[in-house]
Design a protein around this ligand. Structure first.
Ligand code: NAD
Ligand code: IPM
Ligand code: MN
Length: 370
């Protein structure tokens, strides 16, 4: 069969730095495991803006639609922060998500045993933690109309955004949550603010009805988003799958990242609907972190969130579970051997650079899997 087509979009800041290490791992898999991909690299974010005057060209958008999967780095940075909305680097990513219709963003927060001490929480709170946040990714306040900044007749200004959800949007993401929970610990917590927001009321009603109609075998609970933020740091092991809207999911996943030791440890998969005739599903894999301008260019970023995003790609887009497991085991091995980038370093561990982490991963793969 023809090789699968992967579009690689490293982006800005630490994006290209972490992607550089993942490219080495991709090459390793091509050489030793015959996992061959046709890789095509493109520009997105500030990099595309500087070259083409737009954060995502129509050509790159078309390449993304045509690819079997997109592997994304991170976009944005202070250089572009003051641009109008349509030019901001972040628009490039938002356009990809919207036009590819990637409504389900899977953000697993898994605590690797060797990193229990790297979390800011007590070991007994995080040890063995494995939760999955499913963030709705193409709706809500990120895309709702109207939005803008207006000057009123008296000269004051008004900024406004609109939170919108329809029942099909809620149904389809909740369906993903129930289906994935069934393969895990069978528990879904649906998170909104039904006490304050109309979208929250509709969200709760819709998830409850869907549960009664199709997913009664899965345990369902509801929680307000503010309480969820607190519960995540109080006792995160109460959660299995959390399903929530675009904005709450953004915030709760950064919060959950810290349970694992670092934002540099959280990968994600952004998935569209499965095409009933081809069985194909549009997908983009992106770490949860951003372009980290504070450390960009220093060669110290943690490449593991990007690497785990690659492993999610192997698992979800290509059904290569064994190869994905191999990546995950190599990561666990390297961490157990005490090699740590600065963000997860602890007393007694040996601090490594981004590329040294790449070296260590390749070395572990050589030992584990060829
Ligand atoms: P950020 O995620 O870039 O960084 C937050 C903090 O986490 C920083 O201190 C950073 O050094 C640290 N960090 C993040 N990733 C790391 C890694 N792999 N290794 C070590 N440390 C890491 O968030 P921010 O600073 O709020 O945003 C910076 C820029 O990134 C903004 O322009 C923002 O819009 C953009 N952003 C992009 C994405 C994306 O492309 N998916 C996601 C979030 C933020
Ligand atoms: C993320 C980021 C993005 C978001 C930005 C860069 C548009 O924070 O992927 O978590 O808010 O969705
Ligand atoms: Mn975010």
């Amino acid at each position: 069969a023809a090789n699968k087509k992967i579009l690689v979009l490293p982006g800005d800041g630490i994006g290209p730095e972490v992607m550089g290490q993942v490219r080495r791992v991709v090459d390793w898999f091509a050489k030793h495991r015959a996992v061959g991909f046709d890789l095509n690299e493109g520009l997105c974010g500030g990099a595309a803006l500087d070259k083409h005057g737009t954060p995502l060209t129509d050509e790159t958008m078309a390449d993304a639609m045509d690819a079997d999967a997109v592997l994304f780095g991170s976009v944005g940075g202070p250089k572009w922060d003051d641009l109008p909305f349509e030019k901001k680097p972040e628009r490039g990513l938002l356009r990809l998500r919207k036009e590819m219709d990637l409504f389900a963003n899977l953000r697993p927060a898994v605590v690797f045993d060797p990193l229990v001490g790297a979390s800011s929480l007590k070991p007994e709170i995080v040890q063995g933690l494995d939760l999955l946040i499913i963030r709705e990714l193409t709706g809500g306040v990120y895309f709702g109309e109207p939005r803008g900044i207006e000057t009123l007749p008296d000269g004051t200004k008004k900024g406004f955004d609109t939170q919108v959800y329809t029942t099909p949007e809620i149904d389809r993401v909740a369906d993903v949550a129930f289906d994935l929970a069934r393969k895990r610990r069978n528990k879904v917590t649906s998170v909104e603010k039904a006490n304050v927001m109309h979208t929250g009321v509709l969200w709760r009603q819709t998830v409850t009805a869907l549960h009664a109609a199709k997913h009664k075998d899965v345990e369902l609970g509801h929680m307000y988003a503010d309480n969820c933020a607190m519960q995540l740091v109080r006792w995160p092991k109460q959660f299995d799958v959390i399903v929530t809207d675009n904005l709450f999911g953004d915030m709760l996943s950064d919060c959950a990242a810290m349970l694992t030791g670092s934002l540099g440890m959280l990968p994600s998969a952004s998935l569209g609907a499965t095409d009933p005739t081809t069985g194909r599903r549009r997908a983009l894999y992106e770490p949860v972190h951003g372009s980290a301008p504070d450390i960009a260019g220093k060669g110290i970023a943690n490449p593991l969130a990007e690497l785990m995003s690659y492993s999610m790609m192997l698992r979800y887009s290509f059904d290569l579970g064994e190869d994905a497991d191999l990546v995950d085991r190599a990561i666990e091995r390297v961490l157990a051997e005490g090699k740590r980038t600065a963000d997860i370093a602890e007393p007694g561990s040996s601090k490594v650079s981004t590329s040294q982490m790449g070296d260590a991963i390749l070395d572990a793969l050589d030992r584990l899997g060829r």
